[in-house]
Design a protein around this ligand. Structure first.
Ligand code: 13P
Length: 253
């Protein structure tokens, strides 16, 4: 049976520690006996403290972002090393919201992926096209550029720690006029990413690398994505803040 990765991206939610604790406690109860999967919760940095003391075996702590240096005079930033010291294993890099609102580009993403790999953590590298790009049939062109630039200079010995996520921006639940991405479309993009990995690294790596899908995944549709052999898991936004819905996603593995 394949091992799945279920990642919760809480984004800039919830607003209080109390609410965060409530979601987490409810979640913990529902995942005691899960097997063949790793659950990763990526809360806002300010809520990390509640996870440290209470972390359960089945749930790992993740971060939504990091800086590309391990320390120094970088006001307001948080380094991968600081996150590692807090028990973080996975760090989301290149989320479309950071590109859209904070001007992150392929070069910055590449530096962050390298910094995460340097200290042996797992970057969760998000790739995906806008609605305009999709309408112009540029999906594969955009994905290829993002993948090649993001992984520039990364060698074969490190690539197996990278987790890729196909997350089309037009399918994210909070995007204006969001549209659901079909499993067929998600699979098409994911197989394309694997083909590129095969060209850039090797066929074996292309088969072994974990590739997830993200974009309006919820308790109702998760199973369709997770049933696919070449989709190794999901990256969940809004539905991960609802413990009941998130538990349904976990149960569908
Ligand atoms: P939604 O699941 O709310 O569509 O968000 C997806 C996402 O951006 C996860 O990183």
């Amino acid at each position: 049976m394949k091992k799945s990765l279920i990642v919760a991206n809480w984004k800039m939610n919830p607003q209080t520690l109390r609410e965060a604790k409530k979601i987490f406690n409810s979640l913990k109860k529902g995942v005691r006996n899960v097997k063949n999967m790793e659950i990763v919760i990526c809360p806002p940095f300010t809520q990390f403290s509640i996870f440290n003391s209470q972390f359960s075996k089945n749930i790992k702590l993740g971060a939504q972002d990091c800086f590309w240096k391990q320390g120094g005079a970088y006001t307001g930033e948080i380094s991968p090393q600081m996150l590692k010291n807090l028990g973080v294993k996975y760090i989301i890099v290149g989320h479309s919201e950071r590109k859209n609102f904070l001007g992150e580009n392929d070069e910055i993403i590449n530096k962050k992926i390298k910094a995460v790999l340097e200290i042996n953590l797992h970057p969760i590298f998000c790739l995906g096209e806008t609605k305009e790009e999709k309408n112009k049939n540029q999906t594969f062109k955009v994905l290829e550029k993002q993948l090649r630039e993001g992984l520039k200079g990364i060698n074969k010995t490190k690539i197996n720690r990278v987790i890729l996520v196909y997350e089309p921006i037009w399918a994210i639940s909070t995007t204006e006029k969001t549209v659901d991405c079909s499993v067929q479309d998600a699979l098409g993009a994911i197989l394309f990413l694997r083909k590129l990995i095969s060209q850039m690294f090797s066929k074996k790596i292309a088969q072994e690398i974990l590739v997830l899908y993200g974009g309006n995944v919820n308790g109702k549709n998760a199973k369709e994505f997770l049933n696919e052999k070449w989709i190794n898991g999901v990256l969940v936004g809004a539905a991960s803040l609802n413990a009941e819905d998130f538990k349904k996603i976990i149960k569908s593995v």
